[in-house]
Design a protein around this ligand. Structure first.
Ligand SMILES: [Zn+2]
Length: 112
C-alpha cells in the first residue's frame, strides 16, 4: 500500500526532527494531486508507529486543492475535479501551481 511506505518514511523524518523530544502530533499538508486518502494515511500511521516511540502520536492531515494557471490568459482556478482545462478561455495549456505538495508542516512537541 502506497500510504504505508509514506508513513514509514515519515517516521524517519519525524524522529530526526524531534531529536529525542516527545512528539504529541504531526501535521502534514497533502495536495489533492497526490493519490492519498487521508483516512488511510492516518490508519497506516497508527500501524507504523505501533509499539514505537511514536505510538499514540496524532496525525493531522490538511488537504490542498489543485490550483492551475492558464498559460494563455493567466486565469487561475481551483479544480473541483482533475480536468486540466482553463475555465476562462478553455485553453488546455495550464500550469499546476498548487496541489502537488507533500509536506510535514509542523510537529507538536511535549513541553513546547
Ligand atoms: Zn485561459
Amino acid at each position: 500500500m502506497h500510504e504505508l511506505s509514506i508513513c514509514s518514511s515519515m517516521v524517519g523524518i519525524v524522529k530526526e526532527h524531534a531529536a529525542g523530544r516527545e512528539v504529541r502530533a504531526v501535521h502534514v499538508r497533502i495536495g489533492e494531486m497526490r493519490q492519498i486518502v487521508p483516512d488511510t494515511l492516518v490508519y497506516c500511521w497508527s500501524l507504523v508507529t505501533e509499539q514505537s516511540d511514536l505510538e499514540g502520536v496524532e496525525l493531522h492531515v490538511e488537504r490542498i486543492p489543485v490550483k492551475i494557471r492558464c498559460t494563455g490568459c493567466g486565469h487561475e482556478q481551483v479544480l473541483a475535479e482533475l480536468a486540466f482545462v482553463c475555465g476562462s478561455c478553455s485553453g488546455s495549456e495550464v500550469d499546476l501551481i498548487e496541489g502537488d505538495e507533500f509536506l510535514i508542516t509542523s510537529l507538536d512537541l511535549a513541553g513546547v
